[in-house]
Write a protein that binds this ligand. Structure first.
Ligand code: PNS
Length: 162
């Protein structure tokens, strides 16, 4: 039986930490669906359309990885697309409490989907989309923290040259 995994998130924007998780997931599962939450409370820097386009471009060479959006409950979406696994990344200890709460709540909501936690490479342990946006907005370099395409898009957003 083929195992389809969903990797949900805001991806505002996708970082090398996310890329690391996508690659690790693709090595473990038959199919990985990267799912961007479309109706978030957070005010995103990039529109959903921009995030889809950027993610599609950065995963284009990864076989069995696709990109889509979802709204509503994650477990409902997972069931709709026949995904039996939800992938979430755990970095520092601080992620654990929130992730545990979500995983347990998702388990309560659906017995058909199991959450699997993966750890990114050490280099990305302190990396987050929030910090990337902050550094970039203040003119700092995010080289090596995000794919080159995202680096360029951040510069365009903030009006920084080269
Ligand atoms: O990248 P993020 O912002 O940490 O991702 C959070 C996300 C999108 C995985 C989470 O907010 C989510 O699953 N939202 C969908 C609504 C839902 O199912 N809520 C109940 C979770 S227990």
């Amino acid at each position: 039986m083929k195992v389809r995994a969903v990797y949900p998130g805001t991806f505002d924007p996708v970082t090398n930490g996310h890329m690391d998780l996508i690659e690790r997931s693709a090595a473990l599962f038959d199919e990985v669906v990267v799912a961007i939450l479309s109706n978030t409370d957070k005010a995103p820097m990039f529109t959903v359309e921009e995030r889809v386009e950027m993610l599609e471009r950065v995963v284009k060479d990864l076989p069995h990885v696709s990109v889509t959006t979802f709204g509503g409950l994650l477990v409902d979406f997972a069931e709709q697309i026949n995904a039996s696994v939800i992938v979430r990344g755990i970095r520092a200890v601080s992620d654990y409490e929130y992730e545990l709460q979500m995983a347990m709540m998702n388990r309560r909501l659906s017995s058909k989907v199991e959450t699997v936690f993966l750890m990114p490479a050490e280099a990305y342990f302190y990396l987050s989309s929030r910090l990337v946006k902050e550094i970039s907005a203040l003119g700092g370099s995010v080289h090596g923290l995000v794919p080159p395409l995202i680096e360029r898009r951040l510069k365009i957003k903030h009006g920084h040259k080269s």
